[in-house]
Design a protein around this ligand. Structure first.
Ligand SMILES: Cc1ncc(COP(=O)(O)O)c(C=O)c1O
Length: 466
């Protein structure tokens, strides 16, 4: 264990780039060549081999120029928690497989619910990630709404910037292909309450049952936060379940400077929080919280061998009664040790730091004529594109940006994400590493501009260098 820890620590310390740039074609034969029927019988040899098949080419989120997806570097107390929970190997489905682990998870759910602003009836459970939390919340919403409505008439409304897991969940829940209705966003990519009101009205008049509105507190691409108070008021008026997907924005729960951005979240019926995004926790660590704990009964099933009904009647705390999973990791321990060692303010400061850096990066890109930027995020994303100089190269902008992203990843110098906005290809930074500096950002912008312009120059010889 010590040798493995030392090796990984050394790897991370020495990483001079976030990625080696390896291609699947180059790496696959190395992994295929390992004979799984012939063990090495030696930890050191297995670690040497691991260096070749994994560590050498892994993508290092700790590196300051990893700017792509919603992945965070992890805090050390959480890493310690990860080691402890795997070694003890508690399973949080039942009290008799976890004991204190169950109580620790319950305390953390209570703590998170308190941060959200829920009352004493709140409850929740840890899950494997935001997608599962969203699925779980929508399952509860469906059961609350169903009362006689056929699945084909159920609707879920979210914004056009909502996460794709909402659609996936609707599909898994057996709703019809038209179940998820998206409403338009404003220039800042926040759901338009007027559009939501119109859609609620349209559904009502068409005899459709809106089983949930999903607001997003931190959209994946833009970091935008839907106007929660206005959305909550509309849901309350219509008696519709409000789910807030705060998978990304949940870090604001511990921010001393920006907690107000989540105002209104306490009026939700359910909330998704991904500690493995903005609380700097290792994957996986997520939770779904509900304002009324009684609604969790919709996921409960009793098995004689595991959690017979009589146990629930005796008040034995079996978390499986609330969860979609059976055997379940004690992921909560990571957050527990983080709070016990660092405290919530320290986590909030780390998140505030990346949000500050994103604001400074926005200013940098907005002032740079080589780029155009979409919107200013209240969180830590930046969506922008390289704009080739006026002339024949301009119409190559889409392909030039796609090329720049791939060329950058292949060089391993930095990793950035991409997305489409109004049908056009854009580049995206998601900042979640407090060690990323503005110099790192400026350097990556130069690299991207270089790759993109080289692409243009190769295809339009007349366009010439900038
Ligand atoms: C807003 C939002 N919701 C849900 C998810 C899904 O979370 P997970 O990847 O943990 O399943 C994501 C992931 O990026 C997200 O950004």
């Amino acid at each position: 264990m010590a040798a493995g820890t030392g090796r990984v620590a050394d790897r991370i310390r020495r990483a001079d780039r976030p990625f080696s740039g390896v291609s699947p074609e180059r790496l696959a034969p190395e992994i295929a060549a390992i004979d799984l029927e012939r063990p090495l019988h030696d930890h050191a040899a297995a670690l040497d081999e691991l260096e070749r098949v994994y560590l050498r080419d892994a993508v290092y989120f700790h590196h300051p120029r990893y700017l792509a997806h919603l992945n965070c570097p992890v805090v050390i107390p959480a890493l310690l928690g990860e080691a402890v929970l795997s070694a003890v190997n508690s399973s949080l489905d039942t009290w008799d497989q976890s004991a204190g682990g169950t109580l620790i998870e319950r305390r953390l759910i209570e703590w998170t619910a308190g941060r959200i602003g829920f009352g004493p009836a709140a409850d929740g459970v840890f899950t494997s990630g935001g997608s599962q939390s969203n699925l779980h919340a929508l399952l509860l919403a469906r059961e609350e709404a169903r009362a006689g409505a056929s699945p084909a008439r159920l609707r879920v409304i979210t914004s056009e910037a909502g996460h794709f897991s909402v659609r996936k969940a609707a599909n898994l829940l057996g709703l019809g292909p038209d179940a998820v209705v998206t409403v338009e966003t404003d220039a800042d990519r926040r759901m338009r309450p007027a559009a939501l009101a119109r859609e609620l009205d349209r559904c009502r008049r068409a005899g459709l049952v809106v089983m949930a509105v999903v607001a997003t507190a931190g959209t994946t691409d833009f970091g935008s936060i839907d106007p929660l108070p206005e959305i909550a008021s509309l849901c309350e008026t219509d008696g519709v379940w409000l789910h807030v997907d705060a998978a990304y924005g949940c870090g604001l729960l511990v921010s001393r400077r920006r907690r107000h951005l989540l105002d209104g979240v306490e009026r939700a019926d359910s909330v998704t929080v991904d500690f493995h995004k903005s609380f700097f926790q290792p994957v996986s660590s997520s939770a779904v919280l509900v304002r009324d704990g009684a609604t969790l009964r919709h996921a409960a099933h009793h098995a004689d061998y595991l959690n017979p009904r009589r146990m629930a009647e005796r008040g034995i705390p079996n978390q499986v009664d609330k969860s979609l999973q059976t055997t379940r990791r004690f992921d909560a321990l990571k957050l527990w040790l983080t709070l016990r060692v660092m405290g919530p303010d320290a986590v909030g400061e780390l998140f505030d730091e990346v949000v500050d850096r994103a604001a400074a990066s926005y200013a940098l890109v907005a002032a740079d004529p080589r780029f155009e930027v979409v919107t200013r995020s209240p969180l830590s994303t930046l969506v922008f594109r390289y704009l080739p100089p006026e002339g024949p190269g301009r119409k190559l902008a889409d392909d030039a940006n796609l090329y720049a992203r791939e060329a950058l990843a292949a060089s391993g110098e930095a990793v950035v994400a991409g997305t489409t906005v109004d049908g056009r290809h854009y580049l995206k930074f998601t900042l979640l590493n407090p060690e990323t500096t503005l110099d790192d950002i400026a350097h990556v912008l130069d690299l991207l501009a270089g790759h993109a312009q080289r692409y243009v120059d190769d295809l339009v010889p007349l366009a010439g260098p900038r």
